[in-house]
Design a binder for this molecule. Structure first.
Ligand SMILES: [Zn+2]
Length: 508
């Protein structure tokens, strides 16, 4: 069975067949860099990063483009409010966004074109549309004439009559109320940096045409997958299709994939919701703040725990429940390392190529048949879920199942109290196989458990001193002080675990 994708354009799951066999071009709408990113901005990049990793594993050469919208009305307004230039604002917000992407292990983006660097490409498309009389200049603006596009509305399933009723009638120069701007005439009071030269006078591009231009520049007139949040279906993606297909007379994107929106207290976060209540909620939930509080791996895991077309319910409780889920894996990794005296992460790295072509055979050397059987079941369930419209939630369920089975094996083989070398080897191989499997969606890329931020292991060194002091206290029968140390650490969120082979610590 091959991969299937739910295509918004046809409203059904279709077999995935790239235009050029073996190659996949993906365009994902990126952020408008005027305000710090929030959780909603992380969803698309994390999902498509997992999708890219999986497609690469499946043998495809993937070219993934995510734009940066750095020319937009919102930037002009925000820069003026902050008394800065649009380019300074854009650079600052972009840097913050990229840092967050890195923390979330979004490492697969091949190209991040900026709208401000593609004004020439944008003008070319507009010219083509004017030549065909599908677009028309009007008072320094240029509009797209929706009545000239026979299949306008095919993505969002709307017809022109629907839209006419919903559009404001501002701009008496428009031929039809639904016509949208490709180019906007510069206003006198606007800063010089947003006044680009064009055949229609100084001005700036509309948001929709920016994406059309950057997508075709890097992926061609026709490419495989266009992605974005469901709030972009109309008007943004509908208009991208209209512009691009009218200019090239070719299909723009073969598959359209839209991810669900994030909900906070059951309210959707959408680009259009500017209510003070929602804006206040969002400003507290910037990615910057979120990633200061939670590890990137947890936020990534949280996002991937929901199938991408479903809405993501954001709440502290939800994050905490996912943290507990992740702990299940971390405890297994720690346990396997302890009983086998061997790092499962290092074992996962050894001999693994990227992409992990030999993953199906990751447990080839394992002699215990229950374990090899567990691996086959997990591998099949994981790939089946991912083949089915990239169901990362199903893939994660397969990971949990395998973790449970490896734990059972460790208990059954008595590895906590000794056990055979072969059983230890089997346990560490199966644990490493689980890590390799999870890496197909960008989870467990590096060890997390004792990672203590940027303190260069200082915390661990201090903890080892405390553990040693406590050991001496117990030896001298000063149990009260030994317990005091443990209790105070517990209060601070640090757990000490006394084990036969010594004491280990874990931060909550
Ligand atoms: Zn876009």
């Amino acid at each position: 069975m091959g991969i299937t994708i739910y295509n918004t354009l046809t409203r059904k799951k279709e077999p995935f067949e790239p235009i050029v066999p073996g190659k996949v071009g993906i365009y994902l709408c990126g952020p408008t860099v005027y305000k710090p990113s929030h959780i909603g901005h992380a969803v698309g990049p994390v999902i498509f990063d997992a999708i890219k990793r999986y497609l690469v594993f499946r043998g495809f050469a993937v070219n993934w483009v995510v734009n940066i919208t750095d020319v937009d009305d919102k930037l002009i307004i925000e820069a003026a409010e902050q008394n800065t230039t649009m380019s300074e604002l854009a650079e600052r917000i972009t840097a913050d966004y990229l840092k967050a992407m890195d923390t979330l292990y979004v490492h697969g983006v091949d190209l991040r074109p900026k709208a401000s660097e593609h004004i020439g490409d944008i003008i070319d498309i507009i010219n083509k549309l004017i030549e065909k009389d599908i677009a028309y200049p009007s008072g320094g603006d240029v509009y797209f004439d929706v009545s000239k596009d026979a299949d306008y509305g095919k993505l969002s399933n709307r017809n022109l009559e629907d839209q006419a009723g919903q559009r404001d009638l501002q701009g008496a120069e428009k031929r039809n109320p639904g016509d949208f701007a490709l180019w906007k005439n510069a206003k006198e009071e606007e800063p010089e940096e947003v006044k680009f030269d064009s055949p229609w006078g100084k001005g700036r591009p509309g948001w929709h045409i920016e994406c059309s231009a950057m997508a075709s520049r890097y992926l061609g007139d026709t490419f495989d997958i266009h992605g974005g949040g469901m709030d972009l279906i109309f008007p943004h993606h509908e208009n991208e299709i209209a512009q691009s297909e009218s200019a090239s007379d070719k299909t723009f994107s073969k598959y359209w994939m839209h991810h669900g929106l994030t909900r906070v207290n059951t309210k959707k976060i959408s680009k259009s919701d500017a209510s003070p209540e929602m804006q206040a909620a969002l400003s507290k939930m910037t990615l910057h703040n979120l990633l200061a509080e939670y590890p990137g791996e947890l936020i990534r895991f949280f996002i991937l725990s929901t199938q991408y077309r479903r809405p993501i319910e954001y709440s502290t409780q939800e994050i905490e429940s996912k943290r507990k889920g992740l702990e299940t894996f971390y405890r297994l990794f720690e346990r396997a390392e302890r009983v086998c005296a061997c790092s499962p992460y290092e074992t996962a790295d050894t001999g693994t190529t990227s992409p992990d072509k030999n993953l199906a055979d990751a447990c080839a050397g394992v002699t215990d048949s229950s374990l090899t059987e567990s691996w086959s079941v997990a591998f099949e369930a994981f790939t089946k879920a991912m083949d089915d419209d990239f169901n990362t939630a199903g893939a994660i369920a397969a990971m949990f199942d395998l973790a449970g089975r490896v734990n059972v094996f460790i208990e059954k083989s008595g590895l906590e109290k000794g056990g055979s070398d072969q059983d230890k080897k089997d346990a560490i191989t199966a644990t490493a196989a689980l890590i390799r499997l999870a890496r197909l969606i960008g989870v467990f890329i590096e060890p997390q458990v004792k990672k203590s931020g940027s303190d260069d292991g200082l915390t661990d060194k201090a903890m080892q001193v405390l553990i040693e002091v406590r050991k001496h206290l117990k030896k001298n029968k000063d149990f009260a002080t030994a317990d005091l140390i443990r209790d105070r650490l517990t209060e601070s969120g640090i757990t000490l675990e006394d084990r036969p082979d010594g004491t280990v610590w874990r931060a909550e």
